[in-house]
Design a protein around this ligand. Structure first.
Ligand code: PLP
Length: 389
């Protein structure tokens, strides 16, 4: 099947919601490499932050195979050990008490909004605030939290009592009516922007003053990506609810709401639920990722990251007319471009390297957490050559 005819069939059969990378149809994958009819591509975006252990981790494949022989889907009518094993690992690595599994990031955000409202309802709390420039997903609760027109336009009316504000306005809009504030500690889609220490201090104050629940959206930044299990750990912030997805399922669809016993108790049987959430295959795959984290993966991330940031900052010093700020933590990296980054992205793709442009002027890197130093070296070489041009 040629690439052109596949593209025509896609155009005739699928909604036109995605711009596909012009690298042809994918034939197979291995480690951090994607193979297409056109060649091999080093993937530094890991399926949008999902494939933490790359594309063909033997442990993940074995776990899925073994589980597939036992059962695939059961529904949440049944006690399922894979859910329990994964939840126990999340508890151990996060220090939180309880986990609810769903299927995706946006679904975890919706569930967290519901949890915060249910928890706050006896005290008359219902407002939920998001912060400007964030991304929380495509469903109605998530959209209502966000300010970007590109996602919201044409979908009004959004959800009453859920809206976006700026950190500067927080103090004046938050009140006794506020159930929760949600934030991305490092904004991913928003251009790898780290929350300021000032905002963190204000969030802590509001948490104490009004009993507002803080929800950390760690869908992109969590599960070891920034060198700690969750990115908020570096900030001294203690969220009441954490939402996770992407890497938590080891390459299969999974989302999670993580919370303290105190807050989780607001969801009693039948109040919230899902047919597929906590699917056994996703849970066994996710458990392999968490095992690797238990076995020291984050030490490796931190070591690689400080070397890589150092090299990127050297390039920034050499090419100040092209490269702006280098931001992020661990292996969640944004290279701000002073010029339009799209030609750079395209030139990297022509050299067999997949990156991603976000927030119009940032080249985002979310490599698999198992990426090697040699693979990052090859990116640096290609990036330098492209920027030099
Ligand atoms: N929150 C953040 C920070 C994200 O990066 C994303 C997806 O990119 C989402 C929420 C939505 O997740 P999903 O696409 O799984 O619904």
């Amino acid at each position: 099947m040629t690439d052109a005819s596949l593209a025509e069939r896609e155009s005739a059969a699928l909604f036109h919601t995605y711009d596909r990378l012009a690298i042809g149809a994918v034939t197979h994958t291995e480690g951090c490499t994607i193979y297409t009819e056109k060649g091999a591509y080093l993937d530094l975006i890991s399926g949008l932050g999902v494939n933490a252990l790359g594309y063909s981790h033997p442990g993940v494949i074995r776990a899925i195979e073994e589980q597939a022989h036992k059962y695939l889907h059961l529904s949440n009518l049944y006690l399922q050990e894979p859910q329990i094993v994964l939840a126990e690992k999340i508890k151990k690595l996060s220090g939180y008490d309880k986990v609810f599994f769903c299927n995706s990031g946006t679904e975890a955000v919706e569930g967290a909004i519901k949890l915060a409202r249910k928890f706050g309802a006896p005290a008359g709390k219902y407002e939920v605030f998001g912060l400007e420039n964030a991304f929380h997903g495509r469903t109605y609760g998530a959209l209502s939290l966000m300010d970007k027109l590109k996602y919201r336009e044409g979908f009004s009316p959004l959800v009453e009592g859920i809206r976006c504000t700026s950190p500067d306005a927080l103090e004046s809009v938050v009140s006794e009516r506020t159930a929760a504030i949600i934030l991305e500690v490092i904004q991913g889609e928003g251009g790898i922007k780290v929350v300021s220490a000032q905002t963190v201090a204000l969030l802590k104050t509001l948490q104490e003053r009004y009993g507002v629940l803080i929800i950390a959206d760690e869908i992109q930044s969590g599960i070891g990506r920034t060198g700690t299990f969750f990115a908020f750990e570096k900030l001294g912030l203690k969220p009441d609810i954490i939402v996770s997805a992407k890497a938590v399922g080891g390459g299969l669809p999974l989302g999670a709401i993580i919370s303290t016993d105190r807050v989780a108790a607001a969801f009693t049987p039948g109040v919230h639920g899902t047919t597929f959430g906590g699917n056994a295959l996703s849970c066994v795959a996710g458990a392999v990722v968490l095992e690797e984290i238990e076995n020291g993966l984050m030490d490796r991330i931190n070591e690689l990251s400080s070397w890589f940031f150092g090299r990127l900052n050297e390039l920034k010093a050499r090419f100040p007319k092209t490269i702006g700020e280098v931001r992020g933590a661990g292996l969640m990296i944004g290279i701000e471009c002073v010029i339009d980054p799209k030609p750079i992205h395209k030139a990297l793709l022509d050299r067999g390297i997949i990156t991603n442009v976000t927030a119009t002027n940032v080249i985002r890197l979310l490599p698999p957490l198992v990426v090697t130093k040699e693979e990052l070296e090859s990116f640096l070489e290609a990036f330098e050559a492209v920027v030099e041009q």
